[in-house]
Design a protein around this ligand. Structure first.
Ligand code: NAD
Length: 491
């Protein structure tokens, strides 16, 4: 098949008809050849979305029950094609099959969740008496307009759906630009959008990198931009968005603390710590990449963590090992570079630290789970997001010290605490400056719960009710209950 972009209701090769290859990270082979969008293609997509929202209006003006029904149809079709989507995600991204299957299930539920939310109109009515006499004041939620959605490669389909489902549910016209590294499942999703009859121009798909992203964030005709990716690129998006003071949502990087007290359940803490850092090969924004463990528990905890992490199976992700390859060669090299930096900084490498090439992994981009002990807060491997299966271990003596170390980062995406003392768990979690937190677990994520970061991890929230409101403007409408003279002026 030909992998193309989708603009104004049509599949197109773009103005340049230029392709690039996407690579299967399991063996380095070429997976597909994909047509790449240019800046002019981005302009065409913006024009189409603008026409769709402001002139055609058929998606925006569709009653919310019908729009919700269309989202439900998308969910049903996606569910019926789960195996195909999961397999494609594995080939393109390298995540183990069972993780890809969970992603497709989550995407299906996300469409269903926002279909049901949009079918339940929101708004409040207030009776007010403010000097001018009695009035009714009420609010309505309106779509924001032309929305540009930019996503990374770590959850190729799911990160897109987190934006597409609420943005479309709200009645916006969208331009979606996934990461060019993993675009195949997004193209397939747009086939479903076409099949269910979303009106032309209301959903557009661009395939490209920063130049296309810049065209979207700089445009005077885009009303909102929502971006998931690195903090550095997010800052560029934010700067460009000043052009027309776009509404903006940013889901950025993290360096999240996983705080483990000596009274924690050892086996539970070890297993969740592994889920925290080795799921999706550690390529998770919320990864528990900094383990802070109470000094008296350190030896016991670390011994067990090394034993279990050493047994993690690595291999062809279609065969469901615990870990597959890193997404691509560039990212693998980036992670391996950080491992060298850690060694040079004096951190103690206690597991892994190398490219894994055994058996069928010879040509792929695999990395052995890596643990650095004896880390200190000034090390780059402790401060910077690595985005791979690399975890640092630090120790603390007191609760106050643990909190200080946990918050010693410019990021504020996630964090967890492990303890059997309920009051302490609540005390510590309240002090952690992060938007997503867990007690005695790490990484579970729900469509109903708002997701987003403090500090340099972002602005706004996805998922939950707030995830829909991100794509809406709230208008107040005030009605005078006593038309006629107010008597404000004496003459
Ligand atoms: P990235 O910032 O390199 O790219 C993300 C997306 O932005 C891609 O589509 C890319 O093409 C585009 N892009 C790059 N430069 C741009 C620019 N100047 N203007 C507009 N668009 C631009 O990130 P990545 O390597 O694809 O993904 C990894 C990063 O994503 C990590 O930092 C991770 O923490 C973050 N992430 C955050 C969340 C969250 O919910 N907070 C979720 C997933 C990933």
């Amino acid at each position: 098949m030909e992998w193309m972009m989708f603009i104004d209701g049509k599949w197109t090769k773009g103005e340049r008809e230029k392709t690039f290859d996407t690579i299967n990270p399991t063996d380095g082979s070429i997976l597909a050849s994909i047509y790449e969008s240019s800046v002019n293609d981005a302009k065409e997509a913006i024009k189409a979305a603008k026409y769709s929202f402001y002139k055609d209006r058929s998606w925006r003006d569709m009653d919310s029950q019908t729009r919700g029904d269309i989202l439900l149809k998308i969910a049903d079709i996606l569910a019926s094609r789960k195996d195909e989507f999961a397999r494609l995600e594995v080939l393109d991204n390298g995540k183990p099959l069972r993780e890809a299957e969970c992603d497709i299930d989550d995407a299906v539920h996300n469409f269903r969740y926002y279909a049901s939310l949009i079918k339940t109109p929101k708004g409040g009515v207030y009776e007010v008496n403010e000097g001018f006499g009695k009035m009714h004041s009420y609010t309505i939620h309106e779509p924001t307009g032309v929305c540009a959605l930019i996503t990374p490669w770590n959850y190729p389909l799911l990160m897109g759906v987190w934006k597409l489902a609420p943005a479309l549910a709200a009645g916006n016209s969208v331009i979606y630009k996934p990461s060019p590294y993993c675009v195949l499942s997004s193209i397939k999703l747009f086939e479903i959008f076409e099949e269910v009859g979303i009106p032309k121009g209301a959903c557009n798909l661009l395939i490209g990198g920063a130049d296309v992203g810049n065209a979207l964030s700089e445009s005077m005709d885009v009303d909102m931009i929502t971006f998931t990716g690195s903090t550095k690129a997010g800052q560029a998006v934010m700067r460009n968005s000043a052009s027309n003071v776009k509404k903006i949502g940013l889901e950025l990087g993290g360096k999240s603390p996983n705080v483990i007290f000596a009274d924690a359940d050892l086996e539970g803490a070890v297993e969740w710590a592994m889920i925290g850092i080795f799921l999706n090969q550690g390529q998770i924004c919320s990864a528990g990449s900094r383990i802070l463990v109470e000094e008296s528990f350190h030896d016991k905890f670390l011994k067990r963590l090394i034993e279990r992490a050493n047994n993690i199976t690595i291999g062809n992700p279609l065969k469901n090992p615990d870990m597959g390859p890193i997404v691509n060669e560039i990212q693998m090299k980036r992670v391996l570079d950080y491992i060298e930096i850690g060694k040079a900084e004096g951190a103690k490498l206690v597991l892994g630290g190398y490219r894994y090439t055994e058996g069928e992994c010879a040509k792929g981009y695999f990395i052995k789970p890596t643990i650095f002990d004896a880390c200190t807060s000034d090390m780059r491997i402790v401060k910077e997001e690595i985005f791979g299966p690399v975890v640092t271990i630090q120790t603390f003596k007191t609760e106050a010290e643990a909190i200080e170390m946990a918050n010693d980062t410019p990021y504020g995406l996630a964090g967890a605490v492990f303890t059997s003392d309920g009051a302490r768990a609540l005390r510590v979690i309240k002090e952690i400056r992060a938007g997503i937190t867990w007690i005695n677990c790490y990484n579970p994520c729900f469509n109903e719960a708002p997701w987003g970061g403090y500090k340099m991890s972002g602005i706004g929230r996805e998922l939950g009710v707030s995830g829909l409101e991100e794509y809406q403007e709230i208008k107040q409408i005030n009605i005078n209950l006593n038309p006629g003279i107010v008597g404000w002026y004496e003459n």
